[in-house]
Design a protein around this ligand. Structure first.
Ligand SMILES: *[C@@H]1O[C@H](CO)[C@@H](O)[C@H](O)[C@H]1NC(C)=O
Ligand SMILES: *[C@@H]1O[C@H](CO)[C@@H](O)[C@H](O)[C@H]1NC(C)=O
Length: 462
C-alpha cells in the first residue's frame, strides 16, 4: 500500500520529465539524445543481460541522417512506456569488426539483439513500425492465449496472426522453430481448443491456423508442405496496397500477384472500377485462389514499367509470377469480376502467353533497358553533357563498358544478397552468433526499392 503511491510518483515524475523533453525537443534536439545510448567496444561484453535495439550507422550516410530524429523518438518512447528494450546506436565504421560480427552489411541497419540472436528490421523506418517490431520480437516467441476474451482482443489488434492449438507435439516443435525465424514478420500464439472461436472447425489436433481476412485457414502438412514456407506464404492479407517494397517481400510467397495498376488520384470510373473488381475477386473467390494468388492494387505505373521493361497504360491489370519473373497482361480492359476470374483461369491452365521471365534473353533486354534509361536520364538532366558523352566515339565505348559493368554487378549483387539467407535458414541453430532470417539486403539496408525494381522478381534466381 505504501509502495504504490511511491511508484506512481516516480512514474509521474518520469512522465513529466519526458513531457518536458518533448517540449524542449523542438528547441534542443541534443537534450533528448540522452535516451539513445552511444555504443562502443564495451557493448560486446556489457550487452548480454539486456535486449537491445541498435541502429548501426555510418556518419556519411544520408539514410542514416534521416533516421536519426526518428531514432531519438524511438528511444524516448521506449523509455517513457517503460520498455525493457534498450535503445542504442553504433557508428559501424568506427567499430567495424564488431558491426560485421553482428552481420551488418549496409547502413543504416536496425537490429534487435536478444541473447545470441540478432533480428533484422526490414520494414518502413517510422517510429511506430520500429517500436511495434521491438515489442513483437523482444516479447515471448509464442504468446499463450488463455481465454476467449484474449483471443478476441488479439483478433481486433492484428490483421494476420498464427495460432497453435493443442498440447506438446512434434508439430509444436516445428511451430517454435518457424516462429523463431519468422517472428520478425508476424505474431505467433498458442491456445487450447476451448479458447478458439466457435466458428472454427478442427478436423485434427494439434493444428496450426492462420487468422486473416475475417476468416481462418488450417495448415495441412500434406498439401502445404513445410510449415515455415507455409507461414511465409500465408503471412500476407489477401488484398494489399502494393508498393515496390511489398512486391519484393511477396517474392517469398512464390505466388502469382494480381495487381490493378491505377492512378489513385484519378476518380474516373475506369480506375475505381478496376480496383473494386480485384477486391471483389480477392474476397469472393478466396477459397478457390488463395493458395495460388495474392491480390492488390498499385498507385501509378512508374515502378511496374521499370520492373517489366514495358510501357503499361493505366488503368490495367497485370499478373506477376513471383517464382519465375513472368507476367501476364490482357490486350483489353477487364470489365467485371467474372472477366477477371476467367483471366486467372486461363493463366492457371496455361492458355495465356506469359511475358518476361528470367531467361538470358531477358537479361540482355535488362542491360539494354538500363543503358537506355541511363542515357535518357543523362540527356534529361544535362543535354550538353549528353551530347558530349554520346557524340564522341568515346560514348560508344562507355555504353559498352556500362553494359559489361551492369552485367557484372548484377550477378555479384544477387549472389551477395541471397546467399546469406539461404545458408542461415538451413542452419537453424538457435545458438548462431547472428541469426538473420531472410536478410536480403546489402548496401543501404532499406533503400527505397524503387531504385532497383529489377531485383524484386529476380530474387528466386539462382
Ligand atoms: C483519368 O483516367 C482516364 C482513363 O484512363 C483518363 O482518360 C483521364 O485523362 C484521367 N484523368 C486525370 C485527371 O488524370
Ligand atoms: C510460375 O513459375 C513457376 C516456376 O517457374 C512455374 O512452375 C509455374 O507454372 C508458373 N505459374 C504460371 C501460372 O505460369
Amino acid at each position: 500500500m505504501t509502495a504504490f503511491p511511491a511508484v506512481s510518483m516516480a512514474a509521474r515524475r518520469r512522465r513529466a520529465s519526458l513531457r518536458l523533453c518533448a517540449t524542449v525537443f523542438l528547441l534542443d534536439v541534443a537534450f533528448c539524445k540522452g535516451f539513445v545510448e552511444d555504443l562502443d567496444e564495451s557493448f560486446k561484453d556489457n550487452r548480454k543481460d539486456d535486449i537491445w535495439l541498435v541502429d548501426f550507422y555510418a556518419p556519411w550516410c544520408g539514410h542514416c541522417k534521416k533516421l536519426e530524429p526518428v531514432w531519438n523518438e524511438v528511444g524516448l518512447e521506449m523509455k517513457s512506456i517503460g520498455s525493457p528494450v534498450k535503445v542504442g546506436k553504433m557508428d559501424a565504421t568506427s567499430y567495424s569488426s564488431m558491426a560485421s560480427e553482428f552481420g551488418v552489411r549496409g547502413y543504416p541497419t536496425i537490429k534487435l539483439l536478444k541473447g545470441d540472436l540478432a533480428y533484422n528490421y526490414r520494414g518502413p523506418r517510422t517510429k511506430d513500425d520500429i517500436i511495434e517490431f521491438a515489442h513483437r520480437v523482444s516479447g515471448a516467441l509464442i504468446r499463450p492465449l488463455p481465454s476467449q476474451q484474449m483471443f478476441e482482443h488479439v483478433q481486433k489488434r492484428h490483421r494476420v496472426f498464427f495460432v497453435y492449438v493443442g498440447g506438446e507435439s512434434p508439430l509444436k516443435e516445428k511451430y517454435i522453430d518457424a516462429a523463431s525465424e519468422l517472428i520478425v514478420y508476424t505474431y505467433f500464439f498458442s491456445a487450447s481448443e476451448e479458447v478458439v472461436p466457435e466458428y472454427v472447425t478442427l478436423k485434427e489436433m494439434p493444428a496450426v491456423l492462420v487468422f486473416k481476412d475475417e476468416t481462418y485457414f488450417v495448415y495441412d502438412e500434406y498439401e502445404d508442405g513445410d510449415l515455415s514456407s507455409w507461414i511465409s506464404r500465408e503471412r500476407f492479407q489477401n488484398y494489399l496496397t502494393v508498393d515496390g517494397f511489398l512486391l519484393y517481400e511477396l517474392g517469398d510467397t512464390g505466388k502469382l500477384v494480381a495487381i490493378a495498376v491505377i492512378d489513385e488520384k484519378n476518380t474516373s470510373v475506369e480506375h475505381t472500377r478496376l480496383k473494386s473488381i480485384i477486391k471483389e475477386v480477392a474476397r469472393d473467390y478466396r477459397d478457390q485462389f488463395h493458395r495460388d494468388l495474392q491480390f492488390g492494387h498499385m498507385d501509378g505505373n512508374d515502378y511496374i514499367n521499370t520492373l517489366l521493361m514495358d510501357e503499361l497504360n493505366i488503368p490495367t491489370v497485370v499478373v506477376l509470377n513471383t517464382s519465375n519473373q513472368q507476367y501476364f497482361l490482357l490486350d483489353r480492359q477487364i470489365q467485371s469480376a467474372e472477366d477477371m476470374v476467367q483471366f486467372i483461369h486461363s493463366i492457371l491452365d496455361g492458355t495465356v502467353q506469359a511475358q518476361g521471365g528470367d531467361s538470358i534473353w531477358q537479361r540482355l533486354k535488362r542491360i539494354v533497358f538500363d543503358a537506355k534509361s541511363t542515357i535518357v536520364s543523362i540527356f534529361k538532366s544535362s543535354p550538353l553533357m549528353g551530347c558530349f558523352l554520346f557524340g564522341l566515339p568515346l560514348g560508344v565505348i562507355s555504353i559498352m563498358c556500362y553494359g559489361i559493368y551492369t552485367a557484372d554487378t548484377d550477378g555479384g549483387y544477387i549472389e551477395e544478397r541471397y546467399e546469406v539467407p539461404r545458408s542461415e535458414v538451413e542452419g537453424q541453430d538457435p545458438k548462431e552468433e547472428s541469426k538473420e532470417p531472410l536478410e536480403p539486403r546489402s548496401q543501404d539496408a532499406l533503400a527505397p526499392p524503387h531504385q532497383e525494381p529489377k531485383d524484386v522478381l529476380e530474387k528466386k534466381t539462382d
